[in-house]
Design a protein around this ligand. Structure first.
Ligand code: PLP
Length: 401
């Protein structure tokens, strides 16, 4: 694959996103196989990587979809998902957007009391999921706190009595409980604590047929990073879930919404080295990209391994890798790379999730092309943008002053 990437870069040009479909299949299978429950439904979180061909790959594997906007739902429908396999889990959207989703027939998740009341008044017969915020601080470490008290997500577990009164009053059917911690879950015991708490909430809802545990599965960005051991979590979690089904005397559906776990490692971002600049402080490598294409390092301070695929045996040296955007635009500082020369191609790893989907046109640059490799074949799945794309919606008026 790595070797192949040089050829792909030559053929399609850079900057370029390349996704390895076989890796995505492997991740999906490992997730699915980790759980031993009667009804399991995986909803790929579309916002991680929204290319239609990728969504079709998930559809083909039997996945459902998790969408956070009406536009993502439309993309899902275009990719062939049935409305009932789509779960709409937005935050802070209008009642009108919910109404559209209800009319399409997706499952919907409600994460605030105001919308719950409006839905009760307007669409009393629509089954819903309730997104709860468990306020669980795990391990006393903010990085792994799940659903902290100030979070804008979910309905507080302390407000469940209100939820119960409203659903009773309006005769709303709660078909599922939803919790998405939004944090990296590495240890099985954290997951277990969340699960046990959610079961006590679920106990209060007679009609539920599903429990959706969202996501939060962590993957490795660099050596020695902790990552979610999905097989281990799957085994422990299945036991808990099966016991809960037994207690409730029904076969509930276990749902998850992994995004990053499914696609992060499949993605490679390729960029050309424009210039090498020696300063008194360090050696800068400037590539033909920036936070307009890959914003995670600047936005989240996230680490992406970088490799010089044009000179894999070159002498190792230290570099700061930056972009071509007029703004501080640093991908990495003090990185050891095989000697970098102008025109070399750098590979940024873990570029499958929240990379292209967060790209912009800042500095009036085109968004990159996207390529999918699958079963030995290479497919262009999105063209590089052109000037036409940048100008498409602009209205040029006559200016006289
Ligand atoms: C973003 C999101 C996910 C996916 O999270 P990952 O960390 O990418 O797995 C799942 N569910 C909801 C509701 C989300 O907003």
């Amino acid at each position: 694959m790595k070797n192949n990437l040089s050829h792909i870069a030559q053929e399609y040009g850079t900057p370029l996103y390349v996704y390895d479909g076989d890796v995505i299949i492997e991740k999906y299978q490992s997730f699915k196989n980790a759980f031993d429950v009667k009804n399991l439904k995986i909803h790929f979180a579309a916002k991680a990587l929204t290319n239609l061909s990728i969504l079709k790959l998930f559809k083909e594997m039997g996945s459902g979809l998790d969408c956070v906007s009406i536009q993502e739902i439309q993309m899902g429908l275009k990719a062939g998902f049935a409305p009932e396999d789509i779960i709409f889990t937005p935050n802070g959207v209008s009642i009108e957007e919910y109404e559209e989703a209800i009319n399409i027939g997706t499952k919907i998740t409600i994460d605030n009391i105001s919308i719950l009341e409006k839905i009760g008044l307007k669409f009393p017969n629509t089954p819903i999921f309730i997104r709860v915020n468990p306020h669980l601080m795990a391990g006393g470490n903010n990085n792994i706190s799940v659903g902290h008290i100030d979070s804008k997500f979910g309905i507080s577990i302390h407000q469940i009595p209100i939820v119960l009164r409203l659903t009773k009053k309006y005769n709303i059917k709660v078909e599922g409980i939803h919790v998405h911690t939004g944090s990296d879950i590495v240890q099985a015991d954290i997951f277990e604590r969340v699960a046990k708490l959610i079961f006590t909430i679920a106990d209060q809802f007679e009609d539920i047929t599903s429990i959706d545990f969202g996501s939060g599965f962590k993957i490795k960005y660099k050596e020695n990073d902790l990552e979610t051991d999905i097989a281990k979590i799957g085994t422990q979690f299945s036991k808990l879930f099966n016991e809960y089904c037994e207690k409730r005397q029904k076969d509930l559906t276990l749902r998850f919404e992994p995004g990053k776990f499914m696609v992060s490692e499949s993605g490679s971002f390729l960029a050309d080295v424009n210039v090498i600049k020696q300063t008194t402080a360090c050696t800068f490598v400037a590539v033909n990209s920036g936070f307009n294409h890959l914003i995670r390092p600047m936005f989240y301070n996230s680490h992406h391994n970088i490799k010089n695929i044009s000179n894999p045996n070159g002498e190792k040296k230290m570099y700061s890798v930056v972009g071509y955007i007029c703004e501080s635009d640093t991908f990495a500082t003090d990185r050891i790379l095989n000697e970098v020369r102008e025109k070399d191609i750098l590979l940024f790893e873990n570029a499958g999730a929240y990379c292209y989907s967060m790209a912009s046109n800042y500095n009036s640059r085109f968004k990159p092309a996207e390529v999918l490799t699958l079963k030995g074949e290479t497919h262009l799945i999105r063209e590089r943008e052109t000037m036409e794309d940048l100008l498409k919606n602009q209205k040029v008026i006559d200016i006289k002053i």
